[in-house]
Ligand binder design. Structure first.
Ligand code: OOG
Ligand code: NI
Length: 317
C-alpha cells in the first residue's frame, strides 16, 4: 500500500494511457506485417520518399473463420474495448463471407499527428468465412484447427500482434483442400489473425500521389503489380470511394507433414475518399476527414479480396 496518496488522475489521462496501448498493439501488428511483406514495406517507403511525406492509414483489415468463436467478434472485442464503434455489415454471398467495419474513437490528434500508427487511428475491417456453408470436408479441417486452439480465440489481437497462429500448422494436403474451395479459407488457415493489409489514405498525402490514379501509375512504374480484378481502380456506385491494391507477397511455409511451399501472405491497399456533395463548397484547406465519403463498398471489396488469390497472381504475371 502506498503511503503517499497518488494524485487522482486528471480526466482523460486514462483514455490517453489506453490510447498509447492501442497504438503499441497496432505497431506490433504492423511490425509483423512489414517483416513478412517486402512489397508493402517498400511501397510505404517509396510513397514517403516523395516530398518526405507522412502516411495515414485509412483502414487495416483482418480475416477470420466464422466457427467455434473464431469469427469477427474474436478480433472485434479488442477494438471495441479500446473505443471503436461497430458499423455496417457487408455481405458477400458468392464468396461465402461477411464483414463488419469499425470506426475509430475520436482522439487527441494534437498529440498523434505522426506517421502510420502514430497518425489518425485507422478504421478496422474484419471479415469472416461462413464456415457452415462450406463442404463437409472443409468444415472438418477448419473445425479441427479452431478446436485445437482451445481458448486462442480469446486472444486474437495478441496472436496478431505476435504474428503467431493460435492453432497447429496444417498439413499441405489440408491446405490444398481449402485452396480448391475457398482461397480465403486457405489464407486464413496459414496466416491466422495476421494483418491482411493496411491501406494508405491517398487524399491525406501531400504529394501528387494524393490522386489515386497518379499513385497507381507510380506503383506500376516502380515495377509492382496491381490487382486487376474488374480493372485496377475500384469505384463505388456513388463515385466517391476509389480503391486499388497490390497482389499479396508470398512466403515460404513449412507444413506439418514436412512439405514446404509458397503461400500468399499480405498486400497493401490504397483508398481515396472524395468530398461529399453537401461539402463541395468548402475550401480544400477546411475539408476534414468527416466531410468525405466514409465506410466501405461491397462491389469494391469483392474485387479487393482477390488480391491474395493465385488466379490474380498468375493472370498478372
Ligand atoms: C478484405 C477485402 C476488402 C476493402 O477495403 O474493401 C477490403 C480482404 O482481402 O480480406 O479490404
Ligand atoms: Ni481494405
Amino acid at each position: 500500500i502506498m503511503s503517499t496518496a497518488a494524485p487522482i488522475a486528471p480526466q482523460g489521462s486514462r483514455v490517453e494511457g489506453a490510447e498509447s496501448f492501442l497504438r503499441n498493439v497496432l505497431a506490433s501488428m504492423e511490425a509483423v506485417y512489414l517483416s513478412r511483406n517486402p512489397t508493402a514495406k517498400a511501397i510505404l517507403e517509396l510513397v514517403r520518399s516523395v516530398h518526405n511525406d507522412t502516411i495515414c492509414y485509412d483502414h487495416i483489415a483482418f480475416r477470420t473463420f466464422g466457427m467455434n468463436g473464431h469469427g469477427i467478434d474474436s478480433l472485434a472485442r479488442f477494438f471495441l474495448d479500446f473505443g471503436y464503434t461497430q458499423r455496417e455489415e457487408l455481405s458477400f454471398p458468392a464468396k461465402k463471407l461477411k464483414a463488419f467495419w469499425f470506426s475509430p474513437p475520436s482522439i487527441s490528434n494534437a498529440v498523434y499527428d505522426g506517421d502510420g500508427v502514430n497518425g489518425p487511428l485507422p478504421r478496422v475491417f474484419i471479415s469472416q468465412l461462413l464456415v457452415d456453408q462450406m463442404s463437409q470436408q472443409t468444415q472438418e479441417i477448419i473445425r479441427k484447427y479452431t478446436e485445437s486452439s482451445y481458448n486462442g480465440k480469446k486472444h486474437a489481437a495478441l496472436a496478431s500482434a505476435l504474428g503467431s497462429l493460435t492453432w497447429e500448422k496444417p498439413s499441405h494436403s489440408e491446405f490444398v483442400q481449402l485452396v480448391r474451395e475457398s482461397e480465403y479459407a486457405s489464407w486464413t488457415l496459414v496466416n491466422g489473425f495476421a494483418l491482411n493489409h493496411v491501406t494508405i489514405s491517398t487524399h491525406r498525402l501531400k504529394s501528387y500521389l494524393k490522386n489515386i490514379k497518379s499513385l497507381n501509375q507510380f506503383i506500376e512504374e516502380n515495377g509492382y503489380k496491381l490487382n486487376n480484378e474488374g480493372g485496377v481502380l475500384k469505384v463505388s456506385p456513388d463515385g466517391l470511394l476509389l480503391q486499388s491494391s497490390t497482389l499479396a507477397d508470398s512466403i515460404s511455409f513449412e507444413f506439418s507433414d514436412g512439405v514446404t511451399a509458397s503461400v500468399p501472405c499480405s498486400y497493401i491497399e490504397f483508398a481515396e475518399r472524395l468530398v461529399l456533395p453537401q461539402y463541395k463548397h468548402l475550401p480544400l484547406a477546411e475539408v476534414k476527414e468527416h466531410h468525405r465519403r466514409d465506410g466501405f463498398e461491397v462491389g469494391n471489396a469483392d474485387k479487393i479480396f482477390e488480391s491474395t488469390s493465385r488466379q490474380q497472381q498468375t493472370a498478372n504475371a
